[in-house]
Structure formats: structure tokens, C-alpha cells
Unconditional design. Structure first.
Length: 85
């Protein structure tokens, strides 16, 4: 529902994996902005809308989050990215 409020934002995702030893890895990213009725129509990877250094920081942040909450398993960290801001 936030995407409706942020009309210029892109829906970017980072896939992560965490284990029981506190390790975490950011695997890949994708742009999931093309949606219909809140369902993804297709996913584009790697996302090209974010500059590479910005997206690398998004991956590092997702990895830190995974470690800090002790997440175990595979998951996704989602961002709303607005290139203008």
C-alpha cells in the first residue's frame, strides 16, 4: 500500500540468507516495480534504476539487518527507491 503513496518510487528487493551461526549473505537484487493488483508481473535483475554503489549499500544494509535480527533461512528485504531523492 505504500507504493500507492510513493508514486515515483521503484520496488527493489534484495534476497538474503541467514544461518544459525549468525552469518548472512545478500545474494542478488531485482526490480519488482511492474505490478498489477499488487501482484508482480515480472522481476528485472539486476536492478538498473539504482546506481551500483547505492544498490551495494542496500545489499550491505539487508545483510546487516539479517544478522542483527538473527534471521535463519532465505528471505527478501524490500525497499522503495526514489532516484530523485
Amino acid at each position: 500500500f505504500m507504493m500507492q503513496l510513493c508514486s515515483e518510487a521503484r520496488h527493489l528487493e534484495v534476497q538474503i540468507v541467514g544461518d544459525e551461526h549468525g552469518n548472512a549473505v545478500a545474494l542478488n537484487g531485482r526490480d519488482c516495480s511492474t505490478q498489477r493488483r499488487f501482484q508482480k508481473i515480472f522481476e528485472e535483475g539486476p536492478p538498473i534504476v539504482a546506481p551500483s554503489e547505492v544498490f551495494k549499500e542496500m545489499e550491505r544494509s539487508a545483510q546487516r539487518l539479517t544478522k542483527n535480527i538473527g534471521y535463519i533461512g532465505a528471505g527478501t528485504v524490500e525497499y522503495l527507491f526514489n532516484a530523485a531523492t
